[in-house]
Design a protein. Structure first.
Length: 273
């Protein structure tokens, strides 16, 4: 694994955390932490294998050192063959190159391990900061919903007051119409006791027309009253729906808090790796 691949992992992690929703951020962060932990363990195993390979190469290099060195006993000196010095020199050069390559890989692995530790520390910091941000956002949404609910209740109270005022006006109109009808009936009864039948018939026809108009007005008033009652029922249903949404949002906040605690428990043990 190279530094470029580590940068790609970081970009993918940040992209996942940025695009995920409020309920998916915690799961994505836990998945990223688990992936980083597995990657760190794999790097540690690779570093141990490289160290073992380095030790084996050093042992082989020490075993193939020319026997004519100062540490070799003088009594066991034997004349080397002509091709042996050249072969040993080539093997030493090959071992030296292998040692340099393995040393460079070990340094790269150490750098990657340090970078992964910094990434894990940054992710833990994000895990500590994001719950506060999520709670602040949910709290702001609750405040907005509370304001909307208060405004809806205030508007409903105003509308109920206006409806009651119109209802009282309609009742007063009905009472006035009823008293007018009674008065007309009394006048007709008085006219019926008189001798002028023609005048009585004309008044009767006028009364019938007036009564028809009054019945039409009364029907219109009843229709308006029913429409007002239907509008009031719709407003009450809207208020009940808003209360249900507020309860759902509170339940969502509670689930978010539980997920945040679980995420904190998952991220906490990884700090000791």
């Amino acid at each position: 694994m190279t530094q470029c691949s580590l940068a790609l992992v970081l970009v993918m992690c940040l992209w996942q955390l940025g695009d995920a929703g409020p309920s998916d951020n915690d799961a994505a962060l836990g998945h990223v932490v688990r992936e980083l932990r597995a990657e760190l363990q794999a790097l540690q195993r690779g570093r141990d294998q490289d160290r073992a390979a380095l030790r084996r190469l050093e042992e082989r290099l020490a075993a193939t050192t020319p026997w004519t060195t100062s540490t070799a006993p003088a009594t066991t000196a034997r004349p080397p063959r002509r091709h042996r010095p050249r072969r040993q020199h080539e093997e030493q050069r090959a071992f030296a190159r292998s040692l340099r390559v393995l040393e460079q890989e070990r340094q790269s692995l150490d750098q990657l391990e340090n970078q992964l530790k910094r990434v894990r520390s940054d992710l833990q910091e994000v895990a500590r900061e994001r719950p506060a941000d999520a709670q602040a956002l949910l709290r702001a949404d609750l405040d907005k919903l509370q304001l909307q609910l208060d405004a809806l209740r205030s508007g409903q109270r105003d509308e109920v007051s206006r409806t009651e005022a119109r209802d009282r006006a309609h009742r007063a109109s009905v009472d006035w119409l009823r008293s007018t009808v009674e008065q007309i009936k009394a006048e007709l009864a008085e006219l019926s006791r008189q001798d002028n039948v023609t005048v009585a018939l004309g008044l009767s026809r006028g009364f019938e027309g007036e009564a028809a108009r009054l019945r039409a007005d009364l029907a219109d008033l009843r229709d308006q009253l029913q429409a007002l009652r239907a509008a009031q029922q719709r407003r009450e249903a809207g208020a009940a729906q808003a209360a249900g949404e507020r309860a759902e949002l509170r339940a969502l906040l509670q689930r978010q808090a539980v997920q945040q605690r679980q995420l904190a428990q998952q991220v906490g043990p990884s700090a000791y790796l």
